[in-house]
Design a protein around this ligand. Structure first.
Ligand SMILES: Nc1ncnc2c1ncn2[C@@H]1O[C@H](COP(=O)(O)OP(=O)(O)OP(=O)(O)O)[C@@H](O)[C@H]1O
Length: 637
């Protein structure tokens, strides 16, 4: 007989945000969580998924009941949930946008080590993805309306990815956000169909559903401001329940609107607000009494730590990650073409700006220009590498977090794959830039040294991007933090052509001295200067009378004046290597620290069950004595 699954939760709450509720949701049923903004819909969903933010804790039990037959009348076992048991669809759908739908599904099934080709085909069929399998996911926000999947198609793809692991429960946060009414209806209907087909329950949060969407739901949970549940039960019984309390639903009206109006507070007019608050207090009190009368909530199973989903062998995990990053990188032709054009254009502009003093045999007059040109070259390559890495890393973070939450791979593997897939391509731009710069200018440094220094600089600034990106929570924060870091490195790293760098460094405060040591720009410029000036003869003539560089006759004298008298080209490269290693260390720590939220045990987020249950009882007691009005000031009404 086919198995079916019910979702049960008992006394589930999140202190100060969400008040306790208990329910048992049958296989194939879909519960809609309704309520005004900020009432705790998403919090309840993440509590059910066991992925609450780290600053919140959940109390109560969540578990799945396995049974035979369409309804849960013949229970076989109750089991705690593990992350892979849940298809969790967050509000936004994020993918590697350069991949096709079919590649994205393929990668997910590789991570799941899924051999069931037929399962994949049936998911594709049931979510109507057949016609878009070979389409790139794209990104509509980039502007071109012809490129990329529609909002509904992206939702269905997210759902397909989640269904590949044969989940026992579907949780979807605002599945209709950003969709027109027909797409919204289709998406919710599809989720319900998937739940029915697989005999699993589904829970969706809905902000203001249309009548057609509400009619798809079988069960509804209505939350009032402050996280107070006022109704939980079948949709068919909601109207009669509220009419018994004196709130009649119009027959021809939208029931969802009626329910949300019941728990909405009009803050514009004081009289109406007072009435609204009294109504909500009455409803909350009625709910509490009803819950007390109901039979005991389902008993949770004995807790055990769920076994994590088995991972692919490491070499295959790395293979999938590298190939995906590589495809994502290489297929972004617009960005790659722009980067190549910028590389050519900048080398041309730089060589033109400095052409006058750099033509002919090297002389003292050209020293400042040579130093400046090499500094700009380093800054250019550093900025390009850093900005690209920061942006990409941040944009990929939601996908990576989802996959890491499902235990597909660890942060270090992702980092290694990124380094292998990204750095060679970034270095090719440095090589092109170095080649053009050498060709257009009369620089003394050999092409080999110029190329390798700029390539190593790119590697180190890419690693800096990975370090900042690993620690920052998203791409905006990464960009906001990365830019000032680079500017500080630049200011501290640039060589003052007036010389005397060693002395000025000693006068810096400790933090700035550390930052100067960690600045890849500094070491790259120093290395290039050593490569440029070491052993160089400067033609006789009137040199610029500028600080320590006035009237120098040899490149070695220039290096002495710049405080680089003892240094060789290779010294800067070696230090760059050490800086790179340090950044790699920071990036690894960042990956380690940004662990995705995962269910720690079967019930809610509970680790110490007994303690929490004690607390839960106390919360319930407190709830019964604290009317919702007391929660209102928190809402800034
Ligand atoms: N990590 C958190 N720490 C503290 N408070 C939080 C946290 N997450 C949410 N909240 C608060 O909990 C309340 C409920 O938030 P939640 O996002 O669950 O509401 P919602 O009903 O889903 O709202 P919306 O419909 O606007 O998405 C809000 O007041 C919110 O500010």
């Amino acid at each position: 007989k086919p198995l079916s699954y019910s979702l049960c939760w008992s006394s589930l709450s999140v202190p100060s945000i969400l008040h306790p509720s208990s329910y048992s949701l049958s296989p194939g049923h879909m519960l809609g969580i309704l309520g005004p903004s900020g009432s705790g819909k998403s919090t309840l969903l993440t509590a059910l998924a066991g992925i609450l933010p780290s600053n919140l804790e959940c109390e109560g039990d969540v578990f799945i009941v396995k049974s035979t037959g369409p309804s849960s009348n013949k229970t076989l076992t109750s089991q705690p949930l593990k992350t892979n048991d849940i298809a969790y669809l967050s509000q936004s759908d994020t993918f590697f946008n350069m991949l096709t739908v079919s590649e994205t599904l393929e990668i997910e099934s590789s991570f799941l080590n899924s051999k069931g080709e037929s399962t994949k085909k049936s998911i594709i069929n049931s979510l109507s993805l057949n016609n878009i399998l070979n389409r790139r996911i794209g990104d509509r926000s980039l502007g071109s309306s012809s490129v990329g999947l529609s909002g509904g198609e992206r939702r269905r793809l997210s759902c397909a990815l989640e269904m590949l692991s044969s989940p026992l429960l579907i949780l979807s946060d605002e599945p209709t956000t950003g969709l027109d009414s027909s797409q919204a209806h289709k998406v919710v209907k599809k989720l319900r169909e998937v739940a029915v087909e697989n005999r699993i329950p589904a829970v969706v949060t809905l902000h203001a559903p249309r009548g057609s969407v509400y009619n798809i739901l079988t069960d509804v949970l209505l939350l009032a401001p402050g996280g107070y549940p006022v109704y939980i039960g079948p949709t068919s019984e909601a109207c009669s329940y509220f009419s018994k309390l004196g709130f009649k639903c119009k027959k021809e009206g939208n029931v969802a609107e009626f329910l949300i109006d019941l728990v909405s507070v009009d803050v514009e007019e004081e009289e109406i607000m007072k009435k609204d608050l009294e109504r909500i207090e009455l409803l909350t009190e009625a709910f509490r009494k009803r819950e007390e009368k109901l039979t005991q909530p389902p008993t949770p199973p004995t807790l055990s730590n769920p076994t994590p989903w088995p991972r692919l062998p490491i070499h295959r995990r790395l293979g999938v990650l590298i190939s995906r990053s590589f495809k994502q990188n290489i297929r972004d032709t617009t960005v790659n073409a722009l980067r190549l054009s910028a590389t050519c254009l900048l080398s041309f502009i730089f060589s033109n700006i400095f052409s006058e003093n750099l033509s002919g045999p090297p002389n003292a007059k050209s020293v400042a220009d040579r130093t400046a040109l090499l500094s700009y070259a380093v800054i250019n390559m550093s900025m390009m590498g850093l900005m690209k890495t920061l942006d990409l890393f941040g944009r990929e973070k939601p996908v990576v977090m989802r996959e890491r939450m499902k235990n597909h791979y660890g942060g270090m593997e992702y980092l290694i794959a990124k380094i292998i897939a990204e750095i060679p391509m970034d270095c090719s731009f440095s090589v092109a830039f170095a080649f053009l710069l050498k060709k257009f200018t009369n620089l003394n440094i050999s092409l080999k040294r110029l190329t390798s220094t700029l390539a190593v600089t790119t590697v180190v600034t890419d690693l800096l991007g990975f370090a900042v990106g690993s620690i920052a929570p998203d791409s905006d924060t990464a960009l906001a933090a990365g830019t000032p870091i680079m500017i500080i490195y630049m200011v501290l790293g640039i060589i003052n052509p007036a010389g005397n760098t060693a002395d000025s460094e000693k006068k810096l405060p400790l933090l700035l001295r550390f930052l100067k040591q960690a600045s890849p720009i500094r070491w790259a410029i120093e290395s290039l200067c050593c490569g440029e000036f070491r052993g160089m003869k400067l033609a006789a003539g009137r040199g610029p009378r500028m600080g320590a560089l006035g009237l120098v006759r040899t490149g070695d004298q220039v290096l002495d004046a710049l405080g680089l008298g003892e240094k060789e080209w290779i010294d800067g490269i070696k230090t760059l290597f050490h800086v790179g290693l340090m950044e790699l260390g920071v990036a690894s720590i960042g990956q380690f620290l940004t662990q995705p939220a995962t269910r720690k045990s079967g019930s809610g987020n509970l680790g110490k069950k007994n303690k929490k249950n004690e607390k839960s009882t106390k919360t319930s007691e407190r709830d019964s004595s604290s009317p919702p009005l007391k929660a209102m000031p928190k809402l800034n009404l």
